[in-house]
Design a protein around this ligand. Structure first.
Ligand code: TXA
Ligand code: MG
Length: 335
């Protein structure tokens, strides 16, 4: 199939494709999503095919007004309402008991559904002109998530009906996923809203162990997405944990012309290999913003290895750590 590239004035056209059961990649504030009508099981099944995504990995349903949640969930508990009031629209996904209207394909056999109200005006306009949209990140399964329409095309050209080009995504990593479906609220994936911000609104929040560690041998994934290889460029990612002097020293010793370094802006002059800036030192939001496009850039530049700073495991740093530790196959090199 030919993949159309649409602009922000083509919302009606994109909505028409969705309502006929087609697939449209749309910009959100986090990453581009690959959208289909959330209540059309057949359309949702074609998302999995286009991405090469395992069918047991459930999808997030995106809404553009709070009242749409009633048809998606069977309960909307008080803590979820408080989070919605504070953080929606925005990069937070809430898992709740699902309603009978959610197709099997969306929830992948679970009795819950993930719901998100994105803040991006193009995503909101598309949902308003069509219906609630099931949308995973619009990358081939396993690759870094796309933060521009060009990234989407690079993975999905010929596999989907259209891409709505809304420019670069402002957050750069996916939404925070929290489950309120049972017991103490638990973060399954850190993202655009931090654990600290969430606990200021609803009190105690647990962070699932799979956020920072590989799943144990017999451990069941609370979020099925956690068990798959993720966010990986073709290049090998090597995560370095140590102070700046040791970082420079290590890279000088181990780099060649096929090596890239994800570096802070202020240290770019210190390296002779391929440099990919990821923002100012200690700016974790900038690291998040640049991370996926930096990993893709390393592949475009045909690098075989990428060295990166190990982010701290708090605030937005935790979201970066969660992605890059997977890209690095859970290996950290202590300097
Ligand atoms: O920012 C985002 O969340 C982006 C944009 C497009 O909205 N979407 C996104 O979707 O990242 P995806 O499918 O790439 O990641 C969703 C994650 C997966 O790890 C999935 O397993 C988990 O959320 N998930 C979805 N529904 C779930 C459920 N009912 N229970 C547990 N985990 C769920
Ligand atoms: Mg994804």
């Amino acid at each position: 199939m030919e993949t159309l590239i649409l602009g922000v004035n083509d919302i009606e056209k994109a909505a028409g494709i969705i309502l006929k059961g087609g697939l449209v990649a749309m910009p959100t504030e986090t990453v581009y999503g690959l959208a289909a009508d959330a209540l059309n099981g057949e359309a949702v099944a074609s998302i999995f095919k286009a991405k090469g995504r395992p069918m047991d990995n459930p999808l997030i349903v995106h809404i553009s007004k709070l009242s749409q949640i009633d048809m998606l969930v069977s309960e909307f508990p008080e803590k979820a309402q408080r989070l919605a009031e504070k953080f929606w629209p925005g990069p937070l996904t809430v898992i709740l008991p699902k309603s009978h209207r959610i197709p099997e394909e969306v929830s992948a056999g679970l009795d819950t559904v993930a719901v998100r109200f994105p803040s991006h005006p193009v995503a909101q306009a598309l949902i308003s002109a069509s219906c609630p949209l099931a949308a995973p990140s619009a990358n081939l399964s396993g690759s870094p998530s796309p933060t521009t329409a060009a990234h989407v095309i690079s993975d999905m050209d010929g596999r989907i009906d259209a891409v709505l080009d809304g420019g670069e995504c402002s957050v750069g990593v996916e939404s925070t996923v929290i489950t309120l479906a049972e017991g103490t609220p638990k973060i399954l994936r850190p993202g655009g809203i931090t654990a600290e911000q969430i606990s200021a609104v609803i009190g105690e929040v647990i962070i699932d162990s799979a956020v920072t560690q590989p799943l144990g041998k017999n451990q069941k994934a609370a979020s099925p997405g956690m068990k798959y290889k993720h966010y990986s460029p073709k290049a090998e990612v090597i995560l370095l944990d140590g102070d700046d002097d040791k970082f420079y020293e290590y890279i000088h010793k181990h780099s060649d012309d096929k090596t890239a370094v994800l570096c802070y802006n202020e240290e770019a002059d210190s390296f002779s290999c391929v440099k990919i800036p990821i923002g100012a030192k200690n700016d974790d939001a900038a690291y998040a913003y640049h991370l996926f496009s930096a990993l893709r850039e390393a592949d475009e530049k045909k690098c075989s290895r990428v060295f990166a700073h190990c982010p701290k495991k708090e605030g937005m740093g935790l979201a970066v750590y969660n992605r890059i530790i997977r890209a690095a196959g859970f290996r950290v090199t202590k300097l």
